[in-house]
Design a binder for this molecule. Structure first.
Ligand SMILES: [Fe+2]
Length: 335
């Protein structure tokens, strides 16, 4: 663990913590922006393969900067993020190695992995609409683009959304730019602001506000709703699959790639492949995410949310349009 400690000392601004099995240096080191129950999945991987894993968790942009700063001194073998645009960015910035993997080509749908094999999606999260059933008739939400529809005057004072600094918000707006062009995306965000959207700092807070009657409609990642429903099946919040008459609900992925400077690229690729196949249920179910692997069924609670059409994931668009999305949000006064 010596290298890791040196790296932390060299970059003291990063609020990172190392988690793992302790003792000897592990076979694989994962830099992960995905904080959900990784220990259980990695312990299963160790049981299956004999390879030990530890992970360092942090914000995905910070971890990417760290990889670049460490260069060939890095002890990281796998980079894991919670945003397709960030995976695209890591590949663009030459931080990921090519995985030539028939396993991943078989297990992961084409739009959820890099065409050049530098990263693969491992779980899907839908960013869709939720509402208070006592205040909203879901038929009011039917629209070719439900996200844009929340800018209609009928939603004045009724909507809440996530803050502008979240990659979730930024990738959603990037997808609107991708679908409708920047000018129209700007109008959509302005229409939310004109509706006095209440901007919240996390999705759980937003869901609790809807449950408490503080707002009527919001946009959230589906798994936060699943998490709250697991604790309280009587929660007063319903899911609505957005844009089913149009482009489908916005979906993002968490995924991973092998670090370009990894000392153990074959084992690192083995971990990514395992997470997409034998370890897929373990990896996605604890966080109530949708499997990327079509042969793996989603867990019961989210299966109960019903089937839905999703937008294709365009990682290159989410990544390359991120700066535009940030500008659009800023120019609209979304905060
Ligand atoms: Fe999340």
């Amino acid at each position: 663990m010596r290298r890791l400690l040196i790296a932390i000392a060299a970059l003291p601004l990063l609020p990172l913590s190392a988690c793992g099995l302790g003792g000897e240096e592990a076979d694989l080191q994962v830099y992960s922006a995905r904080h959900y129950d990784l220990e259980a999945a990695f312990a299963d991987f160790t049981e299956d393969t004999g390879l030990t894993v530890e992970f360092l968790d942090g914000d995905d942009a910070e971890l990417l900067e760290r990889l670049k700063a460490e260069g060939d001194d890095t002890s990281a073998d796998v980079f894991m993020t919670v945003d397709a645009g960030m995976l695209w960015n890591a590949a663009e910035q030459d931080q990921l190695a090519v995985m030539d993997s028939a396993v991943l080509e078989e297990a992961v749908p084409r739009d959820l992995r890099d065409p050049e094999g530098r990263w693969a999606g491992l779980s899907m999260r839908a960013r869709t609409v939720v509402y208070d059933p006592e205040a909203v008739d879901p038929a009011e939400l039917d629209a070719a683009d439900t996200y844009a529809g929340l800018g209609d005057p009928q939603w004045q004072g009724r909507i809440c959304m996530r803050d502008e600094t979240s990659s979730y918000t930024q990738s959603l707006v990037a997808s609107l730019i991708d679908l409708h062009g920047r000018e129209r995306a700007q109008e959509i965000v302005e229409s939310w602001v004109a509706n006095d959207v209440e901007v919240m700092s996390n999705d759980i807070e937003l869901l609790e506000a809807i449950d408490a009657g503080g707002c009527e409609v919001g946009i959230t990642n589906h798994y936060y709703l699943a998490r709250l429903l697991e604790e309280d099946p009587d929660l007063g919040v319903e899911i609505y699959w957005a844009s089913q008459e149009g482009d489908g609900a916005h979906v993002n992925i968490s995924g991973a790639g092998v670090v370009a400077e990894s000392d153990s690229p074959a084992e690192a690729q083995q971990l990514v492949e395992w997470l997409a196949t034998d370890g897929q249920s373990q990896f996605v179910d604890d966080n109530h995410e949708f499997p990327v692997n079509p042969d793996v069924a989603p867990e019961e609670l989210i299966a109960g949310f019903g089937d839905f059409e999703r937008m294709p994931v365009d990682a290159a668009a989410y990544g390359s349009l991120n700066a535009d999305a940030v500008e659009v949000l800023d120019a609209a006064g979304y905060r």
